[in-house]
Design a protein around this ligand. Structure first.
Ligand SMILES: [Zn+2]
Length: 53
């Protein structure tokens, strides 16, 4: 299972999101250096959409 996801913040920096685990196995959290907090859920569906492009 993938435990890290890299997204691009609105400020242009890359942010590494790490899976929360425990009772939220599909939730990824990460903080950008600019101060924004990011949360991704249901990532599997997002990845499927990317594959279809
Ligand atoms: Zn940022």
């Amino acid at each position: 299972m993938q435990t890290e996801v890299i997204i691009k913040c609105l400020c242009g920096k890359e942010v590494v999101l790490e899976v929360e685990g425990g009772q939220y196995p599909n939730t990824y959290n990460g903080d950008c250096k600019c101060g924004r907090k990011w949360t991704l859920t249901e990532l599997t569906e997002i990845l499927e959409e990317i594959d279809n492009c």
